[in-house]
Design a protein around this ligand. Structure first.
Ligand code: AMP
Length: 281
């Protein structure tokens, strides 16, 4: 595996990989890799001859009071995992390579970015859309893989690829969870032992609300119970627990089409997100 940090080296290596006419998959990450990331890598290997993984902690998708500086950085361990998994290139640009002096472009979507994390984290999806577009242009992958763990992000990227006619296939993969059900996340390393136990209320509250709604309970009452359960387990603040259209992310008050139940809340200082499919009978 090659670890590359500047664009001329990346371009040369991608050209060499493509010389045999073979396909390239890209897995964009912010590092501190876990089994969720590695599931994307494995699927990338199934779908393309070569796999490129990017590790870039993207300053433009963090708000001023968020955890950019504290975000876990473990490149040596990550590189070892990727090497073992048969990855061809680790693309790990510096901030100066990604955003040289004078960088002036911003990619901003309306609609799908407006609610949920878009409302709770102003500017977050501009940062995501801008860096993912750059990663696509840098690596020029045939296919790119993203996790449903970040369901709104996946929806935003699918919309952007349609809107901008980007020549890349987007594949979304199910959320990988710890044995007890907590979604794997690089941010879980922030949790104390006690917080880690309480955090389990997030997938459980979403799961219980899903069961109630699919049995015919009103959406409002199921959401209210989920919010109460999170509060009882010490989540504070609770940014949202919302039922949305699975494709457009428009909020829903009646379960009359395929939906996604999404939640975001803080446990201690750590902001956790999760989501689950909810389907009408
Ligand atoms: P991140 O490093 O958190 O930016 O995540 C990089 C990619 O991995 C994104 O597409 C995430 O949605 C995906 N990802 C993160 N956690 C998980 C998980 N538990 N299961 C599946 N995919 C995940």
């Amino acid at each position: 595996m090659q670890t590359l940090r500047d664009l001329p080296a990346l371009r040369a290596s991608i050209l060499a990989l493509r010389r045999d006419g073979k396909s390239v998959a890209l897995v964009p990450t912010m590092g501190a890799l876990h089994d969720g990331h590695m599931a994307l890598v494995e699927e990338g290997r199934r779908r393309a001859k070569h796999v490129v993984v990017s590790i870039f902690v993207n300053p433009r998708q963090f708000g001023p009071n968020e955890d950019l500086d504290a975000y876990p950085r473990r490149e040596a361990t990550d590189a070892h995992m990727l090497q073992e998994a048969g990855v061809d290139i680790l693309w790990a640009p510096t901030v100066d390579v990604m955003y040289p002096a004078g960088f002036s472009t911003n990619i901003s979507l309306s609609g799908v970015t407006e609610g949920l994390d878009g409302a709770a984290r102003p500017g977050h999806f501009d940062g995501v859309a801008t860096v993912v577009t750059k990663l696509f242009n840098q690596v020029q992958p045939d296919v790119a893989l993203f996790g449903e763990k970040d369901y709104q992000q996946l929806t935003v990227i699918r919309q952007m690829v349609i809107d901008l006619n980007l020549p890349v296939e987007i594949v979304g993969l199910p959320t990988q969870r710890a044995e007890d059900g907590l979604a794997l996340s690089s941010r879980n390393t922030y949790l104390t032992e006690e917080e880690r136990k309480q955090a389990l209320a997030l997938p459980r509250a979403l799961g219980e609300a899903k069961r109630q709604m699919e049995k015919g309970a009103s959406v409002d009452s199921a959401l209210a119970k989920a919010i109460a359960m999170l509060a009882n387990h010490g989540f504070d603040p609770i940014d949202y627990v919302t039922l949305c259209d699975a494709a457009t992310l428009e909020p829903m008050t009646v379960l009359d089409r395929p939906a996604r139940l999404l939640g975001a809340a803080k446990m201690g200082g750590t902001r956790l997100i999760d989501n689950i499919a909810v389907d009408p009978a």
